[in-house]
Design a protein around this ligand. Structure first.
Ligand SMILES: C[S@@+](CC[C@H](N)C(=O)[O-])C[C@H]1O[C@@H](n2cnc3c(N)ncnc32)[C@H](O)[C@@H]1O
Length: 250
């Protein structure tokens, strides 16, 4: 989850194919991120099981918008029930280029994908099917007001793993959920997680990343709380916890 995100720039809103001149350094960064974080065997005790369990319970079948998707849009949907199709969105087109290349490559997926899926009784055939369920790819900044084309999307679910917490303040965090609420249909779901660094490793405000604040935010903007949970991680040198959340729009 480590990274320096160019979180606040204005990139407009466009489909990936309209992006020009990818930055080679950012491509290399995201390739490295994918290779480092989502390869090899499944790692237990880091919260991935709990996130996938939450996805299984709360992401609706149908159209999903995954914001701050980075290169992980497939991984976090492995446990989903029913047919889910994903629009993967990120502020950095290079992240989406790496994701698209990874999904469309002929190479088999890393073992952790099949292992994570198997924890939920999901077959390798279904994993390969889900691999084809991601796309289109959309570039926009999820930490500013969301573009009208997105908020008119009436998605069945919006997901965000490791993105909204980048907002850096409670007010910015609340705005992320308000934006997401405007992009889902009636009773649509908003599901995700944010990683919390150890105090000595924090370079921005993480004080609002907890289940108590999430419950307050849900009340403030009128979302039904399906799940809000603080999870402690032990043994990781950067992260001490994760806050997991799932809400339903009115
Ligand atoms: C911690 S990574 C998480 C990536 C992926 N969801 C995962 O679980 O591995 C944060 C992602 O959010 C993206 N991001 C950062 N700021 C963003 C913003 N303002 N709008 C949309 N995406 C953003 C980054 O480019 C990066 O891909």
């Amino acid at each position: 989850m480590t990274g320096d995100w160019s979180a606040f720039r204005d990139v407009g809103c466009h489909e990936l194919d309209l992006a020009v001149h990818p930055d080679e350094a950012r491509l290399a960064f995201f390739r490295g991120y994918l290779a480092r974080e989502y390869s090899g065997p499944f790692v237990h005790g880091m919260g991935a099981y709990e996130i996938l369990d939450m996805v299984r319970r709360f992401v609706c079948p149908g159209r999903r918008l995954d914001v701050g998707s980075g290169t992980a849009s497939l991984f976090w949907i492995l446990s989903a029930d029913g047919d889910v199709t994903t629009t993967a969105a990120d502020v950095e087109s290079e992240a989406l280029i790496v994701l698209r290349d990874f999904l469309q490559a002929p190479a088999p997926l890393p073992a952790c994908y099949y292992e994570a899926a198997a924890l939920f009784g999901v077959t390798a055939e279904r994993v390969d099917e889900l691999r084809g369920s991601i796309g289109p790819y959309l570039v926009f900044n999820a930490l500013r007001t969301w573009p009208t084309t997105v908020t008119q999307g009436r998605y069945d679910s919006v997901t965000a793993f490791g993105c909204f917490g980048i907002a850096g303040s409670r007010a910015g965090y609340l705005d992320c959920f308000a934006n997401a609420a405007s992009a889902v249909r009636e009773c649509g779901r908003i599901v995700g997680a944010d990683w919390v660094r150890h105090p000595a490793k924090q370079r921005r405000d993480y004080s609002f990343l907890n289940a108590t604040t999430l419950r307050e935010i849900a009340c403030d903007i009128g979302l039904r709380i399906l799940y809000a949970h603080d999870l402690v991680i032990t043994g990781d040198e950067t992260y001490g916890g994760i806050v997991l959340w799932a809400f339903e729009a009115p």
